[in-house]
Design a protein around this ligand. Structure first.
Ligand code: PSU
Ligand code: MN
Length: 305
C-alpha cells in the first residue's frame, strides 16, 4: 500500500502500511472527551501496548497543528489527554476546517474512520459508537458515526451502543445504511456496560478468522461502507443492568433539563455516568476498550494484507 500525502504518519505506522503488516486505528475523542485525566492517557498507552502484543501496529488518529496524524507519540497522547475538552471534538464536518486553520482536533469514530480509510487502514477499535439518541424522532439527533459506517469502508470493533442511545433505532438506521452488524461470539447486541440489550445482531461469528473473511469479501466485491463488529464487555466487568439503566435515565433527564445539545450531549452523559457511579463505569469502560483492541488486532492479523 502506498502512503497518502495528506496524512502525517508515525514512522512505525508508515513502515507497517508500506510493508503490508497489520495495523489498527484508534480514536482520540475517547481520550479527550470520553475519560478523565490521567486515566485517559494511561488507557490510550495501554491500548497501543496491547495492539503490539497482539501483533498489530496501533495508529491513534488526531488532527494536530492542522495535520491529519495517523500514529501518535506518547507526548501527543499526553497533550490530548491533558487538554481534554479544550480540544475540539472533530467529526466529518470539522476535519477540513480544523486542517485549514492549523488547529487541533480529537477525532470521533466518524472522523477516525475517514483518516483510517485515507491511510489504508481497514480495522479500527473503540469503546462505543455514537447512534440514534433517545427522543431522536423529535430532536433528529443521530450521530454522524452511523452515516460514516454507511459510506466508509472501515470495520469498527466496539462493545455495542450505550443505552444513552435508542439501541433499537440505532440498529434500524444501520440496516437502512447497509451496515452489517456482527456479534463476536453472540447473537445479541451488547449495550456497552452490559452484555445484552434485548436486540439481536445480524450475524454471529465465533472467530477473528471468520470475521476477517467477511471483511475481505466485502472489499474484494467492492461493496463500499463499514462493518460493525460488536464485542460484549468481559463478564467480570459487566455492570448490573437495572443500576446502570437508572443512572443513565437520570443523566438523560438532567441533560434535557439543562438543555445540553448537539455535540456536547454524549460527553456530558459520559461524565455524568462516571460521576454518579464513582468510577465503576470507568473501570468497565477501560476493560471493554482493551477487549476490543485485542479482537481488532486479531482480525487485522487474519485479513489479507
Ligand atoms: N461513546 C462512548 N464513548 C465515547 C464516545 C461515544 O461510549 O468516547 C465518543 C466517540 O468518539 C463517538 C462520539 O464517535 O462520542 C459520538 O459523539 P456524537 O454522539 O456526538 O456523535
Ligand atoms: Mn449528536
Amino acid at each position: 500500500m502506498k502512503l497518502n500525502d495528506n496524512i502525517l504518519y508515525s514512522k512505525e505506522v508508515a513502515e507497517a502500511i508500506e510493508n503490508g503488516r497489520p495495523v489498527i486505528a484508534l480514536e482520540s475523542t475517547i481520550i479527550s472527551h470520553g475519560m478523565p485525566y490521567p486515566q485517559n492517557v494511561e488507557t490510550a498507552k495501554e491500548c497501543e501496548r496491547i495492539a503490539r502484543e497482539e501483533g498489530a501496529v496501533p495508529a491513534t488518529c488526531a488532527i494536530l497543528g492542522g495535520k491529519l496524524c495517523v500514529g501518535l507519540d506518547p507526548e501527543q497522547l499526553e497533550y490530548l489527554g491533558k487538554a481534554g475538552s479544550k480540544v475540539t471534538k472533530a467529526s466529518r464536518r470539522d476535519i477540513a476546517v480544523i486542517a485549514a486553520r492549523g488547529g487541533d482536533g480529537a477525532l470521533t469514530v466518524a472522523g477516525t474512520m475517514i483518516l483510517a480509510h485515507m491511510a489504508g487502514i481497514k480495522v479500527f477499535a473503540t469503546g462505543g459508537i455514537g447512534g440514534v439518541h433517545r427522543g431522536a424522532t423529535e430532536t433528529m439527533d443521530i450521530s454522524a458515526d452511523l452515516e460514516e459506517l454507511g459510506r466508509t469502508s472501515v470495520a469498527v470493533v466496539c462493545a455495542g451502543a450505550k443505552s444513552i442511545l435508542d439501541i433499537g433505532l440505532t440498529l434500524e438506521y444501520l440496516e437502512t445504511k447497509g451496515v452489517p452488524v456482527i456479534g463476536f461470539g453472540t447473537n445479541e447486541m451488547p449495550a456497552f456496560y452490559t452484555r445484552s440489550s434485548g436486540f439481536n445482531t445480524d450475524y454471529r461469528m465465533d472467530s477473528p478468522e471468520e470475521i476477517a473473511k467477511a471483511l475481505d469479501a466485502k472489499l474484494r466485491l467492492g461493496i463500499k461502507g463499514g462493518t460493525l463488529i460488536v464485542n460484549p464487555v468481559p463478564e467480570e466487568y459487566s455492570m448490573d443492568k437495572s443500576r446502570i439503566d437508572a443512572v443513565i435515565e437520570a443523566a438523560v433527564k438532567k441533560a434535557n433539563d439543562l438543555g445540553v445539545k448537539g455535540k456536547n450531549i454524549t460527553p456530558f452523559l459520559l461524565a455524568e455516568i462516571k460521576d454518579v457511579t464513582g468510577g465503576e463505569s470507568l473501570d468497565t469502560n477501560i476493560a471493554l476498550v482493551y477487549n476490543n483492541v485485542r479482537l481488532a488486532a486479531s482480525i487485522a492479523g487474519a485479513m489479507k494484507q
